[in-house]
Design a protein. Structure first.
Length: 148
């Protein structure tokens, strides 16, 4: 039986895939649980239209993310931190502080989409961070940690 998956099913496929499964598996498990629908000709047409519209929306979101990445790439941030006389930071610099510094520059970036190359920043110096703006679009940012 040919079915269209409504969501990801492990060992079978991902959302909107058209797969062939045994009749009993489809009728007794996948369709009653809401994981799939029968792949009738009309359902296939609806699926094709949905995929086309989703691709158009994804392309628009990706181009916006690329524009933001072009502005962010090469941006230099300065983050102040309390330090000892030897240059060691009390605590560490994390993604929250980078997000706040970007917000001050006019970019609304969630801290969860920022990853720091070095695990923990505990000394004054220059570092790099990577920002995930889209599943395919990333931006590199340089930031310097200075003592306050």
């Amino acid at each position: 039986m040919e079915i269209i998956l409504k969501q990801d099913v492990s060992q079978l496929g991902s959302k909107d895939d058209v797969v062939v499964v045994k009749d009993g598996y489809a009728r007794n498990y996948l369709i009653p649980k809401g994981f799939a629908v029968i792949a009738s000709p009309s359902a296939k047409k609806v699926l094709a239209e949905n995929i086309k519209q989703r691709a158009h929306k994804e392309a628009k979101i990706k181009t916006e993310a690329e524009k933001i990445a072009a502005k962010i790439n090469g941006l230099q941030l300065t983050i102040g931190a309390k330090t000892s006389s030897t240059g060691k930071i009390f605590g560490s610099v994390n993604t929250i502080q980078i997000s706040e510094a970007l917000q001050a520059k006019g970019f609304e970036i969630d801290r969860k989409s920022i990853s720091i190359k070095d695990d923990q920043i505990k000394e004054v110096g220059s570092y790099k961070a990577r920002i995930k703006l889209h599943k395919e679009v990333f931006a590199e940012i340089d930031f310097e940690v200075v003592s306050e």
